[in-house]
Design a protein around this ligand. Structure first.
Ligand code: SF4
Length: 261
């Protein structure tokens, strides 16, 4: 793992050695392995941003996010997928009513479809996706219902309020791949008047001074049949293929975390 990513992310090389070293060891060997790791050397030899500092910054970031109460009209507190250091960020729209209760994003029906897409195209099940990809969203709190009973679309001021959290995440993680899910999420990065124009394509994007690839997905909720009928069905397949073949995903798949053997 370290060798694979060293060229592109030299500052993360040592961090990955630590995170996944246990996969190659029997549990009885863990104590020995950790005794061999020199954490102080990590900080000194990588003044740019060593892996341990990325994790610390992300831990602090998520703790701050969970305390956020900037938007008075939101009907829940923030939902986070956890401080997962990753080269890939998945950006949802906003949690529904169940996510705040279950305390994780994409916890209900839309999540089932989303994780099935990842399983079928990338060979990554829900546990693997949740433990290797960082989950962000346009808004992190449940906006409540609209007058027709559907989930309220976050207002522009709420989207603006919440965008600083995503900017900070991009600054901390410097992802190679961002996957926005649904029109509202896609529109935070590129023009998205028609899904047909953006699904199935990869876009080079720059945000907060960092460049990454953007591969948009349609929203997996049952509310829209777009991804089930042509041309959406075919474009979705193309998008999932692009994601499966992206080097950031290939690296995640070849170094799956504990529990996937
Ligand atoms: S939507 Fe975002 S900015 Fe608004 S209160 Fe929730 S976490 Fe904070």
């Amino acid at each position: 793992m370290a060798g694979t990513i060293a060229g592109r992310h030299p500052h993360r090389t040592r961090a990955f050695r630590i995170l996944f070293s246990h996969r190659h060891l029997h549990h009885s060997q863990h104590r020995v392995e950790f005794a061999l790791v020199d954490f102080s050397a990590l900080t000194i030899s990588n003044p740019d941003m060593p892996g341990s500092r990325i994790q610390t910054r992300l831990d602090d970031h998520v703790a701050g996010l969970l305390r956020c109460r900037r938007c008075p009209r939101m009907e829940s507190t923030p939902v986070s997928g956890g401080a997962m250091v990753s080269d890939v960020i998945l950006v949802g729209q906003a949690p529904g009513p169940r996510e705040p209760v279950l305390q994780r994003p994409f916890a209900h029906t839309a999540g089932k479809t989303l994780f099935r897409w990842f399983e079928e195209s990338c060979g990554m099940n829900e546990a693997t996706v949740r433990s290797t990809i960082y989950f962000a969203a346009v808004c992190r709190c449940f906006p409540g219902k609209n007058s027709s009973g559907g989930d309220r679309v976050p207002a522009p001021d709420e989207i603006r309020n919440c965008s600083s959290w995503m900017n900070d995440e991009i600054q901390i993680l410097k992802p190679r791949l961002v996957i926005p899910v649904g029109r509202l999420a896609i529109a935070q990065f590129i023009d998205c008047r028609k899904l047909e124009d953006v699904i199935g394509r990869r876009f080079p994007v720059e945000r907060t001074g960092h460049r990454f690839d953007l591969i948009p997905l349609p929203h997996p909720s049952g509310a829209s049949p777009w991804h089930k009928i042509l041309p959406g069905k075919q474009l979705l397949e193309r998008a999932l293929k692009l994601i499966a073949r992206h080097s950031a995903i290939v690296d995640l798949r070849s170094h799956r975390p504990m529990g996937e053997d």
